[in-house]
Design a protein around this ligand. Structure first.
Ligand code: C5P
Length: 220
């Protein structure tokens, strides 16, 4: 199996209050995207492709290891992954799609996803249980229902796919469609998605609190 990693890194730093694309924001002095690319390589991916904002191509190239290829991202995450998919090299048989915004994902998570693909799963996501009571509210914020949490999972990245499965699912997805992850794209065409254990350290950096937490984890 030959695995290519696709890193979605073309988002803005808006919710983080950053003055640059989120993936270029430093964690312990090193941009988030550099952490995420290294995790994929350490976990066993053979090659990495990064979707970046058009205007920042050179800034990304300057902080990534040689051999990592850059692709112009799109206006949504779905569009960014679609753009990267079109540039995957000939020999890849498996694809792992990862958020640049999950810098502290342990390489063991990557390895678990690769192992599940090797054992024949067409699609794999790392997940964690939901530990809080989870409810539904109406427009006024009043609780209308409680959701049984036992079967619920929080989904992380990297998400792994047989290459053909992901390419065909994106081909079947209408042009402007926007989904929050890639497993949703393959589920839309009826592909079963297997789960493996995720890791709390793979949490997504979205708001300043997440970055502060990540800094503490690195300093430990
Ligand atoms: O915004 P959010 O944190 O959910 O984005 C998840 C990942 O998708 C981030 O790593 C971000 O850089 C990436 N993204 C992208 N292209 C976009 C929007 C987000 O690659 N247009």
């Amino acid at each position: 199996m030959s695995a290519v990693g696709i890193v979605a890194a073309a988002g803005s730093g808006l919710r983080l209050g950053a003055d640059r694309p989120k993936a270029l924001v430093p964690l312990a002095g090193r941009p988030l995207v550099a952490w995420s690319v290294q995790t994929l390589l350490d976990g066993g991916v053979d090659e990495v492709l990064v979707a970046v904002p058009t205007a920042d191509h050179d800034a990304f190239a300057a902080v990534l290891p040689g051999g990592v290829r850059l692709v112009e991202g799109g206006v949504t995450r779905t569009a960014s992954v679609r753009a990267a998919l079109a540039r995957v090299s000939g020999e890849a048989t498996a694809l792992l799609v990862h958020d640049a915004a999950r810098p502290l994902t342990p390489p063991a998570v990557v390895t678990r996803v690769l192992d599940a693909l090797r054992s024949g799963a067409p699609a794999v996501v790392p997940v964690l249980p939901v530990v809080d009571t989870t409810v539904v509210v109406d427009e006024a914020g009043t609780v209308t229902d409680a959701v049984p949490r036992a079967p619920l999972r929080r989904v992380q990245t990297p998400q792994g796919f047989a290459r053909r499965v992901l390419v065909e699912a994106y081909d079947a997805l209408p042009g402007g469609a926007e989904l929050t992850d890639d497993a949703a794209v393959v589920r839309a065409v009826g592909i079963p998605v297997r789960t493996v254990a995720g890791d709390e350290r793979a949490a997504k950096v979205t708001v300043p609190h997440d970055l502060a937490l990540a800094e503490l984890l690195v300093a430990r």
